[in-house]
Ligand binder design. Structure first.
Ligand SMILES: [Ca+2]
Length: 283
């Protein structure tokens, strides 16, 4: 009887703990192998403060202007979702140059079998379609075959997975073209505009179909799909063999950098966005 009373006493706590575990699954366990969080807070809205010499914050900018316009990046206190500052990005449409304006954290070491959660808040102004706009890239540059070199465009030399706004109705999707995979599409939720939107992207990494891919927008799960999410040596060998090229993916494949912002803007219009409250966690 006492045992039953004890069970009845602890049961609600077990249930509560169980629920919390589900809700916290995107954030992962408290002990991570790697954790980087940045809310773009500064003293004087100075970009330099985001790149301290001790590497505790961001590593570099990726800034590629189209031929006839200059992209912009700055710290602003006019819009933010956390603290008092956020990153403001203006990316003009691509012409002969693929337009890019984003911020990068490098020096990561994320491998097959790792679980990684990336989270960021975005505010994208305007109502123009955002077709093929890329928001977050996770990339492996060191895995490219140095003997193949750059004959296939610098764009393709860092294989990886990306978050891309797809279709005429602006659905955020998981794009896998750089690892020769199809896009993991959703048509449940149009990307909200002119308001802060929380994007959470969680994966268990694998170079085969056991990889897990989950995407939530403002807490609503829109993708939960098993699929390859790391470059696969045989897939690369086969794809390049069609061109008569002997391609050897360098091992071990490791995602070593993450980029957030307008990581590429192939849209027809000028994109103004704000980014805040970034986290990448690996466990
Ligand atoms: Ca902030």
């Amino acid at each position: 009887m006492k045992r039953l009373q004890y069970l009845l006493f602890i049961l609600p706590f077990i249930l509560v703990l169980g629920c919390n575990k589900d809700e916290d699954s995107l954030a992962g366990p408290p002990t991570a192998k790697f954790l980087f969080e940045d809310g773009f807070e500064t003293q004087n809205n100075a970009m330099d403060e985001l790149f301290p010499s001790d590497n505790t914050r961001w590593s570099t900018l990726q800034h590629t202007d189209p031929a006839n316009a200059t992209n912009e990046i700055s710290v602003t206190n006019t819009e933010f979702s956390e603290g008092e500052d956020a990153l403001r990005i203006v990316a003009f449409p691509s012409d002969s140059q693929l337009s890019k304006m984003d911020i990068e954290k490098n020096g990561l070491s994320i491998q097959s079998g790792d679980r990684v959660a990336i989270r960021a808040d975005f505010l994208i102004r305007g109502r123009e379609p955002l077709t093929n706009l890329l928001l977050i890239d996770l990339e492996c540059c060191s895995c490219w075959d140095p003997n193949v070199g750059d004959n296939y465009g610098s764009e393709n030399q860092c294989p990886g997975v990306r978050l891309m706004i797809s279709g005429e109705k602006d659905y955020l999707t998981i794009e896998r073209g750089k690892i020769s995979g199809t896009t993991l599409q959703q048509t449940d939720l149009v990307f909200p505009r002119n308001q802060w939107v929380t994007v959470e992207w969680e994966m268990t990494l694998s170079d085969n179909e056991t990889g897990q891919n989950r995407l939530t927008i403002d807490g609503v799960e829109v993708i939960d799909e098993n699929a390859m999410n790391m470059p696969n040596p045989q897939v690369f060998r086969d794809v390049f063999a069609i061109e008569g090229i002997d391609f050897n993916l360098q091992q071990p494949t490791t995602y070593e950098r993450v980029q957030v912002g307008a990581t590429a803007n192939p849209t027809a219009g000028r994109v103004e966005m704000f980014v805040d409250n970034f986290t990448i966690k690996v466990w």
